[in-house]
Design a protein around this ligand. Structure first.
Ligand SMILES: *[C@@H]1O[C@H](CO)[C@@H](O)[C@H](O)[C@H]1NC(C)=O
Ligand SMILES: *[C@@H]1O[C@H](CO)[C@@H](O)[C@H](O)[C@H]1NC(C)=O
Ligand SMILES: *[C@@H]1O[C@H](CO)[C@@H](O)[C@H](O)[C@H]1NC(C)=O
Ligand SMILES: *[C@@H]1O[C@H](CO)[C@@H](O)[C@H](O)[C@H]1NC(C)=O
Ligand SMILES: *[C@@H]1O[C@H](CO)[C@@H](O)[C@H](O)[C@H]1NC(C)=O
Ligand SMILES: *[C@@H]1O[C@H](CO)[C@@H](O)[C@H](O)[C@H]1NC(C)=O
Ligand SMILES: *[C@@H]1O[C@H](CO)[C@@H](O)[C@H](O)[C@H]1NC(C)=O
Ligand SMILES: *[C@@H]1O[C@H](CO)[C@@H](O)[C@H](O)[C@H]1NC(C)=O
Ligand SMILES: *[C@@H]1O[C@H](CO)[C@@H](O)[C@H](O)[C@H]1NC(C)=O
Ligand SMILES: *[C@@H]1O[C@H](CO)[C@@H](O)[C@H](O)[C@H]1NC(C)=O
Length: 694
């Protein structure tokens, strides 16, 4: 009974929090991010960041004029349809994930609402409008031909056609070109540029209430792919543990037996200040195939299986024998490795497995490192495409002296996207010059471009440290990228995007000190600037800063946090919440949010001396469990975001459990909570990790 009540409460909350709105990032039909054209468009009524250039605008005008449409209402409808390719949401309007279309999905109201005219702000039955204004109007090379083949034929014959020549009736026409306007996640074209609901914004959260659930220091947390309330935790040395996650309000801690890891890869991992196990990923079908992957550094002089091609090579204009003169780089002694392992056969099914096999199944990727830092190393499966994303840093050296991040043939400073479900033969790997056992997804941006490494998904990054997909909107792929001297940034990663490093650091031009690898001119690139971030001067007088990217908060636990993207700084122990205004605009407003420790935290949060704030120490990373609860992985332990009222934060939407939950085992009444304070403290100890990001 209690469960039913709880479920009903949950359902109401879900319905309250998820209004049926369309959600999508602005993206063009080629899945790339919209850009600002150099000048103004003269034909299409679009400005700002859009999906066409001036040359496209001129083409569209020519095409339109070539249609020779005599009727003005029809002409205006057709013009708006042609120009829809310029819309920043054209990927959605043309529904590019389905079949190719010549015409965007035309709004087709299925209800009996009266048809509005073309000039009305929202024409919910634009499809009818098009039919009615164009049915008897001749159009040369009509885009409304039934099939791609017939469209091509029309163009060859240069015959003009009316809609009634091509289609039996309005309803047949609208069945082909129309789309419902009321379905969740569907966009349709109403004759005008897509406009977002500007009142649809979420207020920023007041503060974040945390409880400490483990004393361990981890770099990674990955929810179990079977959906159970378990997660894997890994440390820098190379151990992975499988932990049971306690319910919210249970007063329990993580159930994790430190002496019994899921797998211990420490003998394969090279551990040092800036080396170790940086990432892990579990195949989306792990529960049945038992495949999992680790990303770590190795030393080729110590591990026989470690050798691979050096990231500094003649193809990228880099001579490994000269590296030493620039920095104490141990030219390609150390490598980034992504290796596959298996949990098959250790239990009745991989989902039940409590142990993985430390024997490497397959080497997915190996890359020799030119310098000692900036390796990135996170790995992650795309929730929609099932491909493995591999994040690499620029390889280090202050200011990326060899300009690796911009080099098209370098895999440093990149976000790679590879297919680990289709492993090519050894011969093919050699022929295609791949860097390991993976294949290239056909829709990778440079899969056919001889100038570019085909594994590249996005480039121009310095040291991507923690990327995540929004669990509700997989087109939102956010990465935090560690800066050099001045700015820490958050980027929305899109196909083929160039994120600017080292032409730019954040939004500002960057002046490299050493440039043996040459420069890239600002005019030659079209960088995508960060959507959020912070200046070093804002957080620390010591000048040390390194961003740790987090998650879009999607749990029900703190409804006031819902929809904010959370991230932090490794050194300064600051946490920010970026809220998007309006929703789906890609326009973020960032706020430094205070946090404190729940009075009833199961483990004492060890407050900062002379304050009442939890001593998070270094923020290594964030985590998210299968209930979408968010965790902060720090040097001092694992903290979970809990109900705001467990600190003194007010959130009117919070649902306090009606059933009396067991009180926390260890209560710490001494914890005063001050929601308005901001943590600012300096640690003099030199952390094992200190150089990690520099
Ligand atoms: C365009 O249409 C007009 C009539 O509206 C016609 O006289 C003219 O020949 C057409 N032009 C072409 C190129 O078909
Ligand atoms: C276009 O021309 C081809 C032959 O070249 C013919 O088979 C086809 O029927 C024509 N299409 C139209 C729509 O006139
Ligand atoms: C469009 O609306 C018409 C009625 O106006 C309906 O018959 C048709 O099924 C709708 N098509 C789509 C794709 O929604
Ligand atoms: C815009 O969003 C607000 C808040 O979610 C909602 O109340 C309103 O109905 C929306 N307006 C439109 C035109 O969708
Ligand atoms: C965590 O550490 C604190 C003090 O350092 C100790 O009191 C507590 O028992 C530890 N808790 C767990 C779950 O290991
Ligand atoms: C694990 O077992 C499943 C089912 O028997 C099989 O399909 C899969 O290939 C195995 N994977 C590995 C890595 O051995
Ligand atoms: C592919 O995997 C096998 C098995 O681990 C390994 O021997 C081989 O070197 C790998 N190939 C590449 C190019 O990494
Ligand atoms: C690269 O640009 C910097 C100034 O930003 C300049 O000092 C340097 O000489 C340039 N290097 C090359 C190889 O052109
Ligand atoms: C950083 O500081 C500047 C000036 O002190 C201020 O204008 C800006 O809002 C701050 N930014 C953040 C993200 O706190
Ligand atoms: C971005 O958000 C800010 C702050 O809410 C707002 O003032 C601004 O108008 C928004 N910009 C766009 C392009 O929506």
């Amino acid at each position: 009974m209690e469960k039913i009540v709880k479920f009903f409460q949950f359902l109401c909350l879900v319905l309250m929090l998820f209004p049926f709105h369309s959600s999508s990032l602005p993206l063009c039909t080629d899945k790339r991010a919209p850009r600002s054209p150099k000048g103004h468009l003269t034909f299409c009524p679009y400005n700002g960041k859009i999906c066409c250039r001036e040359s496209d605008d001129i083409e569209l005008q020519k095409r339109f004029e070539g249609m020779n449409i005599s009727d003005s209402a029809c002409a205006s409808a057709v013009k708006s349809i042609l120009c829809a390719t310029c819309d920043p949401f054209s990927a959605k309007l043309f529904d590019v994930d389905s079949e190719p279309r010549s015409v965007p999905v035309l709004c087709n109201s299925t209800s009996a609402t009266p048809r509005s005219s073309l000039s009305s702000p929202t024409d919910n039955s634009f499809c009818s409008t098009v039919w009615e204004s164009c049915q008897d109007v001749s159009i040369l090379n009509s885009p409304f031909a039934p099939t791609l083949q017939s469209r091509a034929q029309l163009q060859q014959n240069t015959t003009s056609s009316k809609l009634t020549d091509l289609w039996q009736s309005k309803s047949v026409f609208c069945n082909a070109f129309g789309g419902a306007i009321d379905e969740k996640n569907s966009f349709c074209f109403n004759g005008r540029p897509v406009s977002l609901n500007t009142t649809d914004t979420l207020p920023p959260p007041r503060g974040m209430c945390l409880e400490k659930v483990d004393n361990g220091s981890y770099l990674n947390m990955v929810a179990h792919p079977d959906g159970s309330n378990r997660a894997f935790f890994s440390n820098q040395a190379g151990k992975i543990w499988l932990a049971n996650i306690p319910d919210q309000d249970s007063g329990e801690v993580l159930e994790l037996d430190e002496s019994s890891p899921f797998v211990d890869l420490t003998d394969q991992v090279h551990l040092d200040t800036s080396y170790g196990m940086m990432g892990m990923a579990f195949h989306p079908n792990f529960a049945t195939n038992g495949r999992f992957f680790a990303s770590f550094n190795c030393d080729k002089e110590k591990s026989p299986g470690c050798g691979g091609r050096c990231g500094c090579n003649s193809e990228v204009g880099c001579d490994p024998s000269r590296l030493g003169s620039l920095e104490a780089g141990e030219h390609c002694k150390y490598h980034i490795v992504v290796a596959e392992y298996s949990a098959n056969g250790t239990a009745s099914s991989p989902s039940m497995a409590e142990k993985g096999n430390p024997q490497e199944v397959r080497r997915i990727f190996t890359l020799g490192l030119p310098f000692t830092a900036n390796h990135g190393g996170q790995i992650l499966f795309g929730p929609d495409d099932g491909y493995l994303y591999i994040m690499t840093g620029d390889g280090g050296g202050k200011g990326d002296p060899y300009n690796f991040a911009q080099k098209k043939k370098s895999l440093l400073g990149k976000i790679m996207r590879v297919d680990v479900n289709n492993i090519p033969s050894e011969e093919e790997i050699v022929k295609l010059e791949l860097w390991g056992n993976y294949s290239i997804p056909r829709d990778n941006p440079y899969s056919e471009d001889k100038e570019m490494e085909p594994a590249i998904w996005a480039y121009g990054l310095k040291n991507p440290w923690r990327c995540s997909f929004d669990s509700e909107r997989p087109s939102y792929f956010l990465c935090a990228d560690v800066g050099q001297d001045t700015y820490e940034e958050v980027d929305i990663i899109s196909k083929g995007g160039n994120y600017g490093w080292r032409v730019y650091e954040g939004p500002d031009p960057f002046q490299p000190q050493q440039t043996p690898g040459g420069n890239t001119s600002a005019d030659s690139i079209d960088p995508i600037f960060p959507v959020a971030g912070y200046s070093h001067s804002n957080i620390s007088k010591l000048g040390s800063a390194a961003i740790s990217g987090g998650y879009f908060y999607r749990a029900q636990t703190d409804p006031c946090m819902y929809g904010s993207y959370l991230y932090g700084d490794l050194y300064a122990s600051h946490i920010w919440a970026a809220s998007e205004t309006p929703q789906n605009s890609g326009n973020f407003t960032t706020r430094d949010i205070s946090f404190s420790c729940a009075r009833d935290s199961p483990i004492n949060c060890d407050s900062v001396p002379n304050s009442n704030l939890p001593a998070l120490s270094y923020i290594f990373s964030f985590g998210q469990d299968n209930r979408k609860d968010v965790y902060i992985l720090t040097q001092s332990g694992v903290y979970r975001v809990v109900r705001p009222s467990r600190c003194n934060y007010a959130c009117s939407k919070e649902v306090v459990p009606s059933i009396n939950t067991p009180t926390a085992a260890h209560s710490h009444g001494s914890f005063l909570n001050d929601p308005n304070s901001v943590v600012m403290f300096f640690v003099s100890a030199v952390l094992l990790f200190l150089e990690f990001f520099m």
